[in-house]
Design a protein around this ligand. Sequence first.
Ligand code: AMP
Ligand code: MG
Length: 340
Amino acid sequence: MQTKVLKPTPESLALAAEILQKGGLVAFPTETVYGLGADATNAEAAKAIFAAKGRPADNPLIVHISSLSMLPEIVSSVPEAAQKLMNAFWPGPLTIIMPKGKKIPYAVTAGLETVAVRFPVHPDAQAMIERCGLPIAAPSANLSGKPSPTTAAHVFEDMDGRIPLILDGGPCQVGLESTVVDATHGHIILLRPGGVTREMLEEALGEEVALGKGVMEPLADGEKALSPGLKHKHYAPKAEVKVVLGPDDLRAQYILDSAAKDACPCVLCLEGRRGLYPGLTVLSAGNTPEDYAHNLFAALRHADEIGCTQVYAEGLSLEGVGLAVMNRVERAAGFHVIQL
Ligand code: AMP
Ligand code: MG
């Protein structure tokens, strides 16, 4: 299959809508990462997503909408806390898990009675969904296990020959996948930190938000995951990744000493600390935690392109978007964290 890459225009959006209505797949930009979309009411279309990504069948998909009027078809009820979060953060990078409506097949929810729903703010995502008039199931548009794509070129790298169309809306603004919360337990549980931070959720709800088990630490063998995604290794480049936490000087010394023994090491750090690593390849995490989020996946892909065997990623504090960044880096590292 030939994979077209087109800028979003009325013509390419019409083509995307036609492909989706016929049960095909389209990759499209959102404010978080690129999504791989299919008709969320069509079980066969949803199965094609799993096949194209090589995604484990037990990992459910997020359903994307372009207006609140689509919600009653997708969920059977809206919990009170979910409504508060929708009022505060939709459209935007927040996914809310609610009781599943009848129109959504189990192929989308991986057999669960709950469904994850998101209303993206990206104008091209909204235009595509609106144009085709269907809720769109979409995970990130990468091969399963690889870092999520934040540009159309990343999607092409992974999906060339597997899907007919990639809409190229430029680089994604947030750069990390959406925040995922579960609203089906009476209180909100944070299952995946993202651009909508824990602090922002707590402020909107007026209460503390619990962090799901397995989000910031590995699950024990046989332990049940609140979210199937927590069981799977994620976001990993080919290079081995180690996260290094601790005071600046100790971190720099540890990384310099260890890197001396590696074949092709590199460091991922904020620009302000670049000077601590003379002679080493430095992948830039930018100037702020938000930049780190924006740059992380591209940096991990770049590490593979330049043949790095070992990435030393400097850790961040867990405040604000730091929690989301550390969640992704620690997963990429298989929770290999060096605390000094
Ligand atoms: P992705 O779309 O690849 O960014 O991944 C979606 C994430 O949401 C995965 O970690 C899923 O396991 C999680 N997810 C989707 N639907 C549900 C659900 N109904 N219950 C719990 N987690 C879900
Ligand atoms: Mg993903």
